[in-house]
Write a protein of this length. Structure first.
Ligand code: PLP
Ligand code: TYF
Length: 394
């Protein structure tokens, strides 16, 4: 039967990762895949995670199965991290998932179960995996305008105009913070307007939050998701621990289903448990356990928060440096958006041809849509990138 299989489209970001590896040039610069790198190009295991791993080795007495939704303490700790006290704990159903991707996938499954006719509205552009999973699941997908290629900010009027088409029972997928791939985000006033529209339409928000702590701070980055959870009758939230705990390969995520009617919590929880069982039974536990230890131990938590701040500030510093270097070289403010964007990524807003030119002429790798990973830079490579951008005529 395998003869019926067709070639599937590859992930462009992962293809780029491979191409970078194969490039023999010594001065090549990797601004592709969204992995944090320090000034030496290393993706470190965070200090608190290392310490928790050491402790875990001492105290772990079994690796028997957890529950279908994972360890409840992990759910509690992550709900508190993402939602704070925005909603009562009793209103939240949650299940651990293999990474944020697993949470996204399970969320789409739950949407399909609850309303097979639901359309999912996604930002143009969005993380390519959103589109790929939606297509694979045959869920009708509608793009809403998001990135303004002139200002490199959010085309908020366009976004609201497009979302005027949503109907009750549809889902609107938003990035909770640090939009991937653009780096452009709504301000709180705009989030409030969006919430008002969702309420008016009776559409359900789904929030993908994969970079809490990478933008303006742990609390600040959670403001939008908390506002949405507090204001809307129902919300789905897919959270990832890959970036902010630096545990990418451990596959640690959480799907939350929040309902303002606490009597629905049991059904929501049962559905999440059921969906985990259909897809993989028990979720991975190792990363989740480390996250729980870090979040619940005051000393580990303080150290994790301090290191996350270092990570966040290093990216902000690189943004400032790149924006000012480009201002100096171009004699204009047209690259000021780089300092305004938040998270790991900025979209330059240039053509695939010029992105390819940067790769061919300078060994600078960024995604074809002109997304660059700020964390792939360091103080020495910023001027090299800036000079290459100007030379290429971007
Ligand atoms: N959602 C977005 C927008 C992302 O950028 C990512 C990737 O980091 C994820 C979800 C999920 O990542 P992971 O499955 O590695 O936790
Ligand atoms: O956007 C990124 O680069 C990260 C990492 O299939 C990633 O989110 C990229 C592609 C993919 C899974 C994760």
């Amino acid at each position: 039967m395998f003869e019926t299989l067709k070639e599937q489209p590859a992930d462009k970001i992962l293809m780029l990762m491979q191409a970078f590896k194969e490039d023999p040039r010594e001065d090549k610069i990797d601004l592709g895949v969204g992995v944090y790198k320090d000034a030496t190009g290393n993706t470190p295991v965070m200090r608190a995670i290392k310490a928790a791993e050491k402790q875990l080795w001492e105290v772990e007495t079994t690796k028997a199965y957890t529950g279908l939704a994972g360890d409840p303490a992990y759910g509690d700790a992550m709900i508190a991290l993402v939602l704070g006290d925005a909603v009562p704990r009793a209103n939240v159903a949650a299940a651990a998932t293999p990474g944020g991707t697993g949470a996204v996938r399970q969320a789409f499954d739950m949407i399909k179960m609850a309303n097979p006719a639901a359309r999912v509205f996604v930002s143009d552009p969005t993380w390519p995996n959103h589109l790929s999973i939606l297509k694979h699941m045959q869920i009708e997908t509608v793009m809403y305008r998001y990135f303004d290629n002139e200002t490199r900010g959010v085309d908020f009027d366009g976004m609201m105009a497009d979302l005027d088409q949503v109907r009750a029972g549809d889902v609107v997928l938003v990035h909770g913070c640090c939009h991937n791939p653009t780096g452009a985000n709504l301000n709180m006033g705009q989030w409030k307007e969006l919430v008002a529209l969702l309420l008016k339409k009776g559409a359900t928000p789904m929030v993908d939050i994969a970079y809490q702590g990478f933008g303006d701070g742990l609390e600040e980055d959670a403001q939008a998701v908390r506002l949405i959870a507090k204001s809307c009758p129902e919300v789905l939230i897919a959270a990832s621990c890959s970036k902010n705990f630096g545990i990418y390969r451990e596959r640690t995520g959480l799907l939350m289903a929040v309902s303002n009617d606490a009597s629905r919590q049991k059904m929501n929880q049962g559905t999440l448990n059921y969906l985990n069982r259909q897809n993989f039974s028990f979720p991975p536990d190792h990363g989740a356990r480390l996250v729980t230890m870090v979040l619940t131990d005051p000393a580990l938590r303080a150290d994790w928060m301090a290191e996350l701040e270092e990570v966040r500030n290093s990216m902000l510093g690189l943004r400032e440096q790149l924006a000012s270097e480009l201002q100096r070289l171009s004699g204009s403010d047209r690259f000021g958006f780089i300092a305004q964007h938040r998270g790991m990524f900025s979209r330059l807003g240039t053509t695939p041809e010029l992105v390819e030119k940067l790769r061919a002429d300078h060994g600078i790798y960024m995604v074809g849509d002109s997304r660059l990973n700020i964390a792939g830079l360091n103080k020495t490579t910023v001027p090299i990138l800036a000079a290459a951008i100007i030379k290429a005529g971007i």
